[in-house]
Design a binder for this molecule. Structure first.
Ligand SMILES: Nc1nc2c(ncn2[C@@H]2O[C@H](COP(=O)(O)OP(=O)(O)OP(=O)(O)O)[C@@H](O)[C@H]2O)c(=O)[nH]1
Ligand SMILES: [Zn+2]
Length: 336
């Protein structure tokens, strides 16, 4: 079996038994050579909205895909009526291999993993500096999920008109996470969108954050023609109350490959699925030190080789401390 070094996620894709794939195609099964490529922009129960060239096409999953989930960001093969005309419904017959899979569980004990988005390059963790108060543990959890999935994290600190970003920025400095802070005035003048845009060019960025942090407000400034409702009725799903009910991919203006994926506000980010061995990949300076660790080391146990590695001066102790702080968020209660 081929090993994939770059995308740790692909290992999982390969080991999952694929009963259909390993059997030769039956002669009757259509080969779908005429299928069109689509990009999933939102999923509302069974209805999947895709972008095919410039057309918005509504589709459903073909029966043959079985229980395979289709999520926002997936690249899919579509057959049937792909005109996008009103009342048409196309069929998704294949989901292309994902370059990344961002997962979460509802809480840490929950064995049911949901995939938040597929194929994202970056995770923008949106945190208000006040109203609601920042929750560093939630940020840490999102960071762990990003590192585990191989996404580059970006801290987006909103409402800097209400509180200073300084303390928060200091605590994330050893992690080397890129960060940007914006305020109300900068939103109004367009400066905020400009500042954040610098990090988004040519990339697929998923935006996550606690409800009320200003995620949708910011996304609307980034993609002005779209204007997702803030605090009102969701224009895509027509459902009210919660502003954002499903993830939605929006193409950045004047950017061939840049996408923003707005996701529903989260209260927690369960990490039941996290593998410490994948998280440490995001710490290349510590990685060689982990070679002498016991098998399946949690990197937070007495035999962990990283203590000696750092004591010998190979890496900054603050980095090991940060790694352990992140890994330990799994053991803490969700609400902290
Ligand atoms: N003071 C201040 N308020 C802001 C800023 N950005 C957004 N807000 C306000 O914060 C509130 C919440 O904004 P939303 O964009 O709806 O928040 P959200 O994170 O998308 O929330 P959900 O849709 O529930 O996930 C709104 O009243 C915004 O006007 C900011 O930079 N400064
Ligand atoms: Zn270790």
């Amino acid at each position: 079996m081929r090993r994939y070094g770059k995308n740790p996620d692909e290992d999982d894709v390969r080991v999952r038994p694929d009963r259909r794939g390993s059997r030769p195609r039956s002669r009757n099964r259509p080969k779908h050579e005429d299928a069109t490529e689509g990009f999933v922009v939102t999923v509302d129960r069974g209805r999947i909205t895709c972008l095919v060239e410039d057309r918005v096409v509504t589709a459903m999953k073909a029966r043959e895909l079985g229980r395979k989930g289709i999520v926002v960001g997936d690249r899919v093969a579509i057959v049937g009526d792909t005109t996008g005309d009103e009342g048409t419904l196309a069929r998704i017959v294949r989901v292309e291999e994902r370059s990344s899979t961002l997962r979460r569980t509802a809480d840490d004990d929950d064995p049911y993993e949901r995939v938040v988005v597929a194929n994202a390059d970056q995770l923008a963790i949106v945190t208000a500096l006040a109203d609601p108060e920042p929750r560093p543990r939630l940020i840490d959890r999102c960071l762990v999920a990003a590192f585990d999935a191989g996404l580059e994290p970006l801290l987006v600190l909103t409402k800097s008109d209400l509180a200073s970003p300084e303390t928060l920025l200091e605590s994330y400095e050893p992690l080397g996470v890129q960060a940007v802070a914006v305020n109300r005035e900068e939103l109004a003048t367009g400066k905020a969108a400009e500042l954040v845009r610098e990090y988004l060019t040519d990339r697929i960025t998923a935006f996550v954050g606690h409800s009320g942090v200003g995620k949708t407000t910011l996304v609307n400034f980034l993609v002005p023609d779209h204007q997702r409702a803030v605090g009102g009725v969701n224009e895509v799903t027509g459902r009210g109350r919660h502003t954002t009910t499903s993830a939605l991919a929006l193409k950045l203006p004047d950017d061939e490959d840049g996408w923003v994926i707005d996701t529903p506000g989260i209260r927690s980010f369960g990490l039941n699925h996290i593998d410490p061995a994948r998280v440490i990949n995001a710490f290349p300076d510590l990685l060689p030190g982990a070679e002498n660790c016991p098998r399946a080391c949690s990197h937070d146990e007495p035999d962990c080789a990283l203590d000696d590695w750092v004591a010998e001066g190979h890496a900054d102790p603050a980095r090991l401390y940060s790694l352990r702080r992140l890994l330990a968020t799994r053991d803490r209660k969700e609400g902290d």
